[in-house]
Design a binder for this molecule. Structure first.
Ligand SMILES: [Fe+2]
Ligand SMILES: [Fe+2]
Length: 423
C-alpha cells in the first residue's frame, strides 16, 4: 500500500465508525443492549399482565437473583430489524431476596406478535396484543386457587399451555402466602410455576388476577380491627397482591376492556374492600356504561353459589344480595367463581331459581389445590348445581361471535364438562 493511499483509507475508516456510532445511537437501546448482554443477570422468569387496553399495551414483570444491570425491556415486532427500549422500575417484593422489575409497553399495534428481552438476560420471549375488533375467536382459561404446591399448579398449567390462549383469569387465592412476608417462598414457587405458561415459541400467556382471602393477612376486611379504606391499609394486609400485580391495583377491583367486544370485571369479595357500598356502585356504573359490550365476565373469589361450602355463608349471601341482581339486570351470561376447591357449573339461575334465561356460574377454584368433597357443608344436594366434581381443572372458554363455548379440562387433560350459550 502506498503512503498516499494510507491517510485516505484511515479517513474512510473514521467516517465509517462515526456513521455506525451515530446510527446505533438513534436505534433505541441497541448500543447499550449490546454492552449489557455481555454481563447478563440470571433471570428467574417473567410475568405478563395488563392494566390498560390489551389491544395496544402490555405489562412485563420479571425477577432476577441479583440486581439486574439493566432496568429496561428491549422489544420489537416479530421480523422487524428495529429494537426499542422501554425503561422499567423496581417492584417491591416483600420479604424476598429476589429483585423484581416492571415495564409497561404502550402504543403497540393491535393483533401483533412482539418479541422482547427483559433486563439483561438473553432469552427472547414473545407476547401478542389483542385484536381491536373481534374478527377472530377469543380463547382464554379461567380458574382460581392456584398453588397449594408448585407441582399441582404446574400440572394444570401444562394442560392449559397446550391451548393457544389469549390470556388466563384467576379468581383469587394465588400463592397462599396470606400476605405474610415470611411465606415469600410460596410466591417464588408461584412465579416459578407460572413459567410453565410459556408456549414453545416463547409466547408468554398473560394472566389477570383478582384478590382472594389467602392474598391477605386478615382474609376478610371485617375481621380486621384496624380496617380503613386506604391504599396504605390494603398494602399492609395484602402486600404481595398490590405490589406484584399491576392490575387491578387499588382499591382491589377493576375493569379491563378489550375493544368493545369484551370486558373482564375483577371483583373483591370482602377481602380488602366491602362487596356493598362503593364497590357495588362502581360495578353498577361499569355495567351501565358497557351495555353495548358483547361479552362481559365478572370473576371473583367467594362464590354466590358454592359447591362445597354453605349456601347461607355470609359472604356468599352478600354476593347474591348486592351483585347478582346487577348481573341479572345487565344480562350477564357467565360468571366465574372460586374459593371452594372443586369444580362446579350451575344451572342457569335468575331471581334465585333455575330459569332458561338465567346466569351460569362456573368455578369453583381448583387449579392447583387439594380438592374438597362436593356438598361437604350442604344438608341436601344443592338445587343449583348442574355439574360438580372434586377435581383440579381449568375452564377453557372460546368466544365465537355472540357464542360462548366452555370446556372444563382436568389436570390430566381430560374434558370433564362442556357448556355453550348463544349458539
Ligand atoms: Fe379462598
Ligand atoms: Fe383457596
Amino acid at each position: 500500500m502506498t503512503h498516499t493511499l494510507r491517510p485516505l483509507l484511515r479517513a474512510l475508516l473514521c467516517a465509517l465508525v462515526a456513521t455506525v456510532a451515530l446510527y446505533s445511537s438513534r436505534l433505541p437501546g441497541l448500543h447499550a443492549y449490546a454492552q449489557q448482554t455481555a454481563e447478563s443477570t440470571e433471570s428467574l422468569g417473567v410475568f405478563l399482565t395488563w392494566k390498560d387496553d390489551p389491544t395496544s399495551s402490555i405489562v412485563i414483570d420479571w425477577q432476577t437473583a441479583a440486581a439486574d444491570a439493566r432496568e429496561a425491556v428491549t422489544w420489537r415486532k416479530v421480523d422487524s430489524d428495529h429494537w426499542f427500549t422501554t425503561d422499567a422500575g423496581p417492584v417491591h417484593f416483600p420479604g424476598s431476596e429476589r429483585h423484581a422489575y416492571r415495564a409497561s409497553l404502550e402504543n403497540l399495534e393491535p393483533a401483533t406478535t412482539y418479541e422482547f428481552r427483559a433486563g439483561s438476560a438473553g432469552r427472547v420471549y414473545r407476547f401478542r396484543t389483542m385484536p381491536r375488533e373481534m374478527d377472530r375467536d377469543i380463547l382464554f382459561a379461567a380458574g382460581g386457587d392456584t398453588r397449594h404446591t408448585q407441582e399441582m399448579m404446574e400440572k394444570t398449567a401444562r394442560q392449559a399451555v397446550l391451548h393457544d390462549l389469549d390470556f388466563i383469569i384467576i379468581g383469587g387465592d394465588l400463592a397462599y402466602a396470606d400476605g405474610n412476608p415470611a411465606n415469600v417462598n410460596r410466591w417464588h414457587e408461584w412465579f416459578d410455576a407460572y413459567q410453565t405458561l410459556i408456549r414453545e415459541d416463547g409466547r408468554v400467556i398473560p394472566m389477570v388476577a383478582s384478590i382472594g382471602n389467602h392474598e391477605t393477612s386478615t382474609a376478610y376486611f371485617h375481621r380486621a380491627t384496624d380496617f380503613e379504606n386506604s391504599d396504605a391499609w390494603r398494602e399492609r394486609v395484602a402486600p404481595f397482591f398490590f405490589n406484584l400485580f399491576a392490575f387491578p391495583g387499588h382499591p382491589g377491583y377493576g375493569a379491563l376492556d378489550f375493544g368493545n367486544y369484551l370486558t373482564l370485571l375483577a371483583l373483591d369479595t370482602d377481602h380488602v374492600t366491602p362487596i356493598d357500598g362503593a364497590q357495588r356502585s362502581w360495578l353498577e356504573e361499569r355495567l351501565e356504561q358497557r351495555s353495548d359490550v358483547r361479552h362481559i365476565f365478572p370473576f371473583y373469589h367467594v362464590p354466590a353459589y358454592p359447591s362445597v361450602r354453605r349456601f347461607d355463608g355470609s359472604v356468599s349471601t352478600r354476593v347474591r344480595q348486592h351483585w347478582v341482581p346487577l348481573f341479572e339486570q345487565h344480562n350477564i351470561r357467565l360468571v366465574f367463581e372460586s374459593h371452594d376447591h372443586a369444580y362446579k357449573r350451575t344451572h342457569p339461575i335468575r331471581s334465585g331459581v333455575v330459569a332458561e334465561n338465567g346466569i351460569v356460574y362456573m368455578g369453583d377454584g381448583a387449579w392447583g389445590v387439594g380438592v374438597r368433597e362436593i356438598g361437604r357443608e350442604h344438608d341436601e344436594p344443592a338445587w343449583y348445581l348442574a355439574q360438580a366434581a372434586s377435581v383440579r381443572h381449568f375452564i377453557l372458554v372460546r368466544l365465537e361471535g355472540d357464542a360462548i363455548h366452555a370446556e372444563t379440562i382436568d389436570e390430566d387433560g381430560n374434558v370433564i364438562d362442556r357448556w355453550a350459550a348463544g349458539l
